[in-house]
Write a protein that binds this ligand. Structure first.
Ligand code: 0X9
Ligand code: ZN
Length: 302
């Protein structure tokens, strides 16, 4: 068990997942890859029947080191699904019977560990950039869709440094390999970020709109309506390039464009800047609760 109302270190989250996998038959874990500094990148699967090859709801959390609420929200959702299945919560039971749920709760383990120990507001991974004293690649600029384009930087000291080539980083390679391994089964792929209170679709690397945009807008509306209905937290939704800014080499465009996941989104959790990345722990449960209500409605709508 884990106290979901507090932030937890990388080690604490890994210990929680290992404990869950050994005590709850719904849960299994996979060491999907290794970070620059040698930490494990773990995927947790919640499945009521692993041989059924159900459609998958897939989540990556804490690609950006300082966005602690994303890891806390993913842990809260895992805890809520596993304790609500079979008997105690009819809606969760139905959603677990319909889908396999997969989470990478700490997609950037080195950056997250460094954010606890050294640099609370760090964003990137901990790659050494050759010829520079600046450390780190922005993993959300390291994917192939639009790689190196607008909203990313070739400069190692930039917070949006895209790295030497698409998928140059082991952390992005790991996410790519996980999505590719389940190709054809991933019904929805959601990257959790903070902050801004936005539900974002492709495209991110241009202001063009995907051909499925009307269908995506319906799905985002279902999610956002249920999220907002929870506590009245205001949210906006739409394509990244129109609602936020252009960003090239992101997960969401890659999962959509190269992995065939129509329902590929980025959710920017609370808040809108009062606390920013340093959202107080007292807001974890309410943030996770409203987000989960949105995700449930979204999954029921697609
Ligand atoms: O700039 C980013 O990477 C994201 N914002 S953040 O403040 N969390 O850094 C937005 C990325 C949006 N990307 C896609 N929709 N693909
Ligand atoms: Zn982010």
């Amino acid at each position: 068990a884990i106290d979901v109302e507090n932030y937890h270190t990388y080690e604490e989250i890994m210990a929680y997942l290992a404990d869950l996998a050994s005590t709850n038959p719904l849960v299994s874990t996979l060491v999907a890859g290794t970070s620059v500094e040698g930490r494990q990148i773990v995927q947790a699967t919640i499945s009521s029947d692993r041989s059924a090859n159900k459609p998958i709801a897939w989540f990556d959390c804490i690609i950006h080191a300082r966005e602690w609420i994303t890891a806390a929200t993913c842990v809260w959702i895992i805890d809520t699904i596993t304790s609500g299945y079979a008997g105690t919560d009819a809606e969760i039971t139905a959603l677990v019977d319909q889908y396999d749920w997969k989470f990478v709760p700490v997609a950037n383990p080195d950056g997250y560990a460094n954010s606890w120990s050294n640099d609370r507001l760090g964003r990137k991974n901990r790659a050494i950039n050759s010829g520079s004293a600046c450390v780190g690649v922005d993993l959300n600029r390291n994917f192939p869709s639009g790689f190196g384009g607008e909203g990313s930087s070739n400069l190692p000291c930039s917070e949006t440094h895209h790295g030497v080539s698409a998928l140059s980083e082991p952390e992005s390679q790991t996410l790519d390999a996980l999505i590719a391994a389940d190709r054809g089964r991933v019904k929805a792929a959601i990257s959790m970020h903070s902050y801004s209170q936005l539900w974002l679709s492709s495209y991110s690397y241009s202001s063009a709109l995907p051909v499925e945009y009307p269908e995506m807008m319906n799905a985002m509306k279902a999610g956002v309506d249920a999220l907002v209905a929870t506590y009245g937290t205001p949210y906006e939704y739409g394509s990244t390039g129109t609602v936020l800014y252009i960003a090239s080499g992101t997960t969401t465009d890659h999962y959509y464009e190269n992995e065939g996941v129509v329902h590929s989104y980025t959710i920017e959790l609370r808040d809108k800047g009062r606390y920013g990345f340093q959202l107080p722990a007292s807001q974890i449960v309410s943030t996770a609760t409203e987000t989960w209500n949105g995700i449930k409605a979204f999954m029921n709508a697609i």
